[in-house]
Design a protein around this ligand. Structure first.
Ligand code: 13P
Length: 213
């Protein structure tokens, strides 16, 4: 099977997103750049991930053209491929509609860094609303990620995590959902108290070097 390892990894992470409750049904999508090629493997549109075999996953060009694979690519392919074109060091993308991150997107509020594992990814900016699947949404997400962000929310829609590896994109999506939940609950309890600015960079550097915090 062509692109076997990448297909298996995309399916594994998509199923993990389902199991962890980050994606419900088929509301969300996962992709990975094929190492060394201008090709990505992405989850198909509206097919439950737990019913898929790796060889059925579509391969797409980095301009969102469907190259091969039994099922039609995700409707959000333009957003995934726009990120790969704009940020050559990002190789895995996870898009979820996870609850608390989406709440912050609707409020048009950044998600602040609430606990150490979220610091490489927070504060998380909001990409202004555009219709799902549109080129405008793809551009909005690319602009929110800018030159160095790995996570943004999509206003009234969900979360987008893009990292050097697909495993990292998965854990970024998981940590930022947890972080958004903490931010929301502490705000409701009376005081949202993020990690002080002076410590955020130190924690971020430690996390990025793989030092446990
Ligand atoms: P797909 O099933 O086409 O991937 O779409 C789901 C989705 O997340 C739309 O934003």
């Amino acid at each position: 099977m062509k692109y076997q390892e990448t297909r298996e990894k995309v399916l594994e992470i998509a199923v993990k997103c389902l199991e962890k409750g980050l994606i419900h049904g088929t509301a969300g999508n996962v992709s990975m750049r094929v190492p060394g090629e201008d090709v990505a493997i992405i989850t198909p549109t509206r097919i439950p991930y737990d019913q898929l075999k790796p060889e059925q996953l579509p391969a797409v060009s980095l301009h969102a053209e469907w190259l091969e694979g039994e099922f039609k690519p995700s409707s959000e392919t333009p957003m995934h491929t726009a990120v790969y074109r704009a940020r050559p060091n990002l190789n895995g993308v996870v898009h979820t509609h996870s609850m608390y991150a989406t709440v912050f997107s609707i409020l048009e509020k950044e998600i602040p860094p609430m606990m150490p594992p979220s610091t490489p990814y927070a504060p998380v900016p909001v990409a202004p609303f555009h219709l799902p699947g549109s080129e405008e949404l793809a551009q909005s997400a690319v602009e929110a990620l800018g030159e160095d962000k790995m996570v943004c929310t999509l206003q009234n829609h969900g979360l987008l995590a893009a990292c050097p590896t697909l495993e990292r994109a998965f854990s970024a999506a998981e940590y930022i959902e947890e972080c958004a939940q903490l931010a929301y609950l502490t705000l409701m309890a009376g005081k949202m108290n993020p990690i002080p600015d002076k410590d955020v960079q130190t924690l971020r550097d430690r996390m990025l070097k793989g030092i446990a915090v």
